[in-house]
Design a protein around this ligand. Sequence first.
Ligand SMILES: [Zn+2]
Length: 274
Amino acid sequence: MAEPVPEYGRVEVCAEGVQRVVADNPGIMTYHGTNTYLVEAEGGTIVIDPGPDLPAHVDAIMAATGGRIGAILVSHGHGDHVGAANALREASDAPIHASPLPPVGSAVNADVSLENGGRIGDLIAVATPGHTRDHFCFMRPSDGIFFSGDHIMTWSSSIVSPTQGNMADYMQSLRETIARDDQVLLPAHGPVMQGPKTYCAALLDLRIRRENAILEALASGPKDLVGLVQRIYPHQTHEKSIWAAGQNLMAHMEKLLSDGRVVTDEDDAWRLVE
Ligand SMILES: [Zn+2]
């Protein structure tokens, strides 16, 4: 899905009691920028993903909420999501809720540890490891809104990098998301999506097809990372896209190794287990 470039710092309503302000950090990994969501709540606005470390973005969040913030929720430790967390806490005095796991990227000192199924106002934290091991989504059961962070983005599939993320976890988190029947998906990058079930199923299917394509490529003989990227992602030309493709591929290989489907040989190539 695509949407026009937003006016950075401008607040827009995207669901009942939910506003979005997009940070001015567009890029090949971030689309038009990080979506920060402002969710109305009794004890003060809940901010989901304060965004990158940009003073203008913090100012926009403070202006939109009048500084009355009840909680700052962090989906995961990537800098484009948590960079502004400390500055926003300083400005608003609101506590930061984040995964208790060591952060995968930027340092953030959580005041409250997120836990799977834990409640924050009307929202419930949902552990969704995969994109990163520390990833949480947030759902609002009253109307089926799912704040999906980078677990599911609507403009592109998500990157899964080994060490920070895990392909088997990602596929399992996708299965759980599909089973839950969310009505509206609000991602950290990309536009709002209604009825996301079919899309989520397609993302899982994409991973299954990639895995099958890898196994098929290895059927004709062992291959290293370069050989596999060329074979599986022949149309990627942008340097950063090729890097992302390589990361996803490494994550697939890590899963296939632990599934016992492939082994590595002395030339750092993978081959099928007979
Ligand atoms: Zn991320």
